[in-house]
Design a binder for this molecule. Structure first.
Ligand code: KG4
Ligand code: ZN
Length: 336
C-alpha cells in the first residue's frame, strides 16, 4: 500500500511516498531555514507563504522520485496538528483538495505521532509497545506507546521544550538559527563539566521536565561574566548546557522505563539528533539491558516520510478525514 505524506507544520514543506509504512520510495523537503535565519527564528507569516509557493512542486517531485503518479497512491496522509496554524493550513487544504479531486482517502496525522513513526522507517523490526522520549522544538514528552495508535503521556515539560531551550542557549552564546544543531556541533569540543547547572526538580512528578531555569542560568552566567570582563567559551557553556538538558531527559526516561517495565526506548523528534543524547542513552540502555531505537539523522527533523509511515498505521486503524478536516495548533497526542 502506497501512502503520500504531506507535512507543513513549521518551516519545512515536505512530501514523501512510503510503502506499507516502512519503505521510503521518496522523501522531498523544501527547507526555509535560510530565510528564517535572518530573524533568528521561524516567522509564522513567512512560513505560510513559502509553504503555499512550494507545496505543488514538492508533491510533484515526491511522486516522480517514487516513480509514481497520483493513481498509484492508496491514501493521502497529512499533518493536521500541532504546529503553526497558518503553516498547517497549507498542507491540510492542499491534501483535502487532492483527496477530493481524486477520490483517494484522506488520513489526518498528529505531528508527534509522525516523529515516533520515523523509527518504523529506520528500524525495520521495531513494533510497539515501547517507551518513547519525544523531544522537538515545541514539545518534550515521555510517552508510553502501547500500540501504533494508542498513546499514554507519562511525562511532559512544564515550560520550554528541550529544543526550544537548546535554541535559546545557542542564541545566548551568539550562534545562528537553527540553534540546537549548531550548539551540538561546537559543544563536541567543549568541557561539559566547566559549568554546574542546577538540576530542576518538580515536586509532584518524577517524570515531568522543566528547562526554563537552565536557560535563565545560562543567560545570567554570560551576563555576569561580561560584567566582570571574564570570557565564557561558547563550546564550554554549550557542552555544560547540553549535559544538563540531556542528563535530565535520560534520567527521567530511565525512571519511566523502570516503573512501567518497558523493554524498549524509542527516541524521536528534532532533539533526538543530538549527539550526546544518543550516546548517553546508548550507554544507559546497554547497562540496564534495555533496547534503544533511534531514527536515522535524516528522519529526526521534520519530514513527510514519518507522516506517511504513521498515516499507514492510522489508515489500518480506520482513521479517515473528510472535507471538514481543520488544522489545529495545539492537540495532545492522545486525542482520537
Ligand atoms: O522536530 P523538529 O525538527 O521540529 C519540531 O517539531 O519542533 O525539532 C526542531 C528542534 C529545534 O529546536 C532544533 O534546535 C532541535 O530540534 N535540534 C537539535 C539538534 N538538531 C535539531 N537540538 C540539539 N541537538 C541537535 N543536534
Ligand atoms: Zn517536528
Amino acid at each position: 500500500m502506497k501512502i503520500l505524506g504531506i507535512e507543513s507544520s513549521c518551516d519545512e514543506t515536505a512530501a514523501a511516498v512510503v510503502e506499507d509504512g516502512r519503505k521510503v520510495l521518496s522523501n522531498v523537503i523544501a527547507s526555509q531555514v535560510e530565510e528564517h535565519k535572518i530573524y533568528g527564528g521561524v516567522v509564522p507569516e513567512i512560513a505560510s507563504r513559502r509553504h503555499t509557493e512550494a507545496i505543488c512542486g514538492v508533491v510533484e517531485k515526491a511522486l516522480s522520485d517514487a516513480d509514481c503518479t497520483i493513481d498509484d497512491i492508496d491514501a493521502i496522509a497529512v499533518t493536521y496538528a500541532p504546529g503553526l496554524i497558518g503553516a498547517l493550513l497549507v498542507g491540510v487544504n492542499y491534501a483535502k483538495g487532492l483527496a477530493y479531486s481524486t477520490g483517494i482517502p484522506l488520513v489526518p496525522v498528529h505531528h508527534l505521532r509522525g516523529h515516533i513513526a520515523a523509527n518504523y522507517i529506520s528500524n525495520e523490526e521495531l513494533k510497539p509497545p515501547f517507551m518513547s522520549l519525544v523531544v522537538s522544538g515545541g514539545h518534550s514528552h515521555i510517552i508510553n506507546v502501547k500500540d501504533y495508535t494508542d498513546f499514554e503521556i507519562i511525562g511532559r515539560t512544564r515550560d520550554d521544550a528541550a529544543g526550544e531551550a537548546m535554541d535559546k542557549a545557542a542564541r545566548t552564546v551568539g550562534l545562528p538559527y537553527p540553534g540546537g544543531v549548531n550548539l551540538d556541533k561546537i559543544s563536541v569540543n567543549g568541557d561539559e563539566n566547566k559549568y554546574n547547572f542546577p538540576v530542576p526538580k518538580i515536586a509532584d512528578s518524577k517524570y515531568d521536565f522543566s528547562f526554563s531555569g537552565l536557560k535563565t542560568f545560562a543567560v545570567n552566567l554570560v551576563h555576569n561574566a561580561s560584567q566582570k570582563g571574564e570570557e565564557v567559551k561558547a563550546e564550554d557553556l554549550g557542552a555544560s548546557f547540553i549535559k544538563a538538558v540531556t542528563d535530565l531527559l535520560v534520567s527521567h526516561t530511565m525512571e519511566a522505563v523502570k516503573d512501567f517495565g518497558a523493554k524498549k526506548i524509542v527516541l524521536a523528534g528534532g532533539v533526538s539528533a543530538n549527539s550526546r543524547l544518543r550516546r548517553v542513552m546508548e550507554e544507559k540502555c546497554a547497562s540496564k539491558g534495555v533496547e534503544l531505537y533511534k531514527p536515522e539523522l535524516k528522519y529526526c527533523g521534520d519530514n513527510a516520510a514519518m507522516i506517511a509511515s504513521q498515516g499507514y498505521y492510522e489508515f489500518l486503524a480506520g482513521k479517515r478525514a473528510d472535507l471538514t478536516l481543520n488544522a489545529v495548533a495545539s492537540m495532545p497526542i492522545t486525542d482520537k
